[in-house]
Design a protein around this ligand. Structure first.
Ligand code: AMP
Ligand code: MG
Length: 366
């Protein structure tokens, strides 16, 4: 991937990224329903020796390293071009690992773990001394999750250490939901990519901070806010999710970076169906006059004369599963501008709208 296409990289990251030595990236196909243990062992061996393996989880593909080893974790930041203050999620396969990683487990954590683990829920808690600062981007809390995907579970178990794994994309790009996406971004930068098919959920885990008095939702994702509220009651919502302008500190350091973006410029349009449709028609003709290639993502099956129209449909599970793949397809077709019709923020819709909002170069409310 060309460096020019990565707008989020700062200068230091750009230099490190550019000077990286190329390596041979091996792709290993593993059966997601019944992972072959001999293959899992090959991948585990790579992580144990301090190198990087991309692997599927039920949310998106992760880029894994030994979470307790600073040198290994550093390689993640370099391979992705990820800013060093953006902390990683640690993946575990056993509750005993959580006890080792955190200082204290509050009741709210026990309740959520009983209900949602293994699954797409990440808990932020006070970190223990065992976790190196580099893994948490220098802060004193740590994010932990137990994935449900069988390959991920087997890999963690076989490695015998917790695995730090952010999404396996170049920083700022859409998260990968297939091994091909990983390969497009990271070929030559990591030792191995496990191909375990398309990921199920398609957007990243929900992140909730339980290190404070009132739990706070930091990132909406696979487990919905409504599901969380049913178990633990009151949850504060980080202002960036509510999309109100705020000067407050970024509780989740990753929040300050633009994310998930295809190279095409996304314009997110929210409002009543008729108004949005008219706006899309108007913008479409304007951009076409300027000679732009225009893509459209819409929930309503309307015929637009665009270069590529994707009907989202109204099944939220399907929209989430296909969202990042669609972003990448717009890039493959060299689309310049994508007009996206917003959806309701209920249920999984909150996570989907959060990703669209973060990917957007412009938002229009009518
Ligand atoms: P990724 O796995 O690439 O989707 O990124 C991990 C996400 O988890 C980022 O948004 C981080 O900011 C967030 N995260 C990880 N650790 C922490 C932490 N200790 N406190 C708050 N947010 C965290
Ligand atoms: Mg990510």
């Amino acid at each position: 991937m060309a460096l020019d296409n990565i707008p989020t990289l700062n200068m230091t990251a750009r230099v490190i990224f550019k000077n990286q030595a190329k390596m041979q990236t091996r792709i290993l196909k593993i059966n997601p329903k019944n992972p072959q243990i001999s293959k899992i062992r090959q991948a585990a061996k790579i992580i144990k020796s301090g190198n990087l393996v991309a692997f599927p989880t039920e949310t998106v593909y992760g880029l894994g390293a030994n979470a307790l080893d600073s040198k290994s974790v550093k390689k993640i930041f370099i391979a992705k071009g990820r800013p060093s203050d953006n902390p990683l999620i640690i993946h575990i396969s056993d509750i005993a690992d959580l006890k080792m990683l955190v200082d204290y487990i509050p009741n709210t954590a026990h309740e959520l773990i009983n209900k949602f683990w293994p699954g797409p829920l990440t808990l932020v808690l006070k970190k223990s001394k065992r976790v190196p600062k580099i893994t948490t981007g220098g802060i004193n809390t740590v994010a932990v999750r137990m994935p449900k995907n069988k390959i991920a579970q087997a890999l963690i178990r076989e490695t015998g250490v917790p695995i730090a794994a952010p999404s396996a994309n170049v920083s700022g790009r859409p998260s990968p939901t297939t091994s091909e996406h990983v390969s497009n971004d990271l070929d030559g930068r990591i030792s191995m990519i496990i191909d375990g098919g398309k990921t199920k959920i398609g957007i990243e885990s929900t992140v909730i901070d339980l290190s404070r008095k009132t739990p706070m939702l930091l990132r909406p994702g696979g487990v919905t806010l409504e599901q969380l509220q049913r178990i633990i009651g009151k949850i504060a919502i980080h202002p960036t999710i509510q999309e109100r302008k705020t000067k407050s500190v970024h509780r989740s350091p990753g929040m300050k970076y633009r994310h998930y973006s295809p190279n095409a410029k996304i314009i997110l349009i929210e409002g009543t169906e008729d108004k949005v449709k008219n706006k899309i028609l108007h913008l479409l003709s304007q951009f076409k006059k300027q000679g732009k290639k225009v893509g459209i993502m819409t929930a309503v099956n309307t015929r637009y004369k665009s270069n590529m129209t994707v009907f989202l449909g109204n099944n939220l599970d399907v929209i989430a599963a296909d969202l990042f793949k669609t972003f990448r397809e717009f890039d493959t077709k060299k689309i310049d501008i994508v007009l996206v019709q917003g959806i309701s923020r209920k249920g999984l819709g909150l996570g989907i709208m959060n990703r669209l909002g973060k990917a957007a170069y412009k938002k229009i409310k009518i």
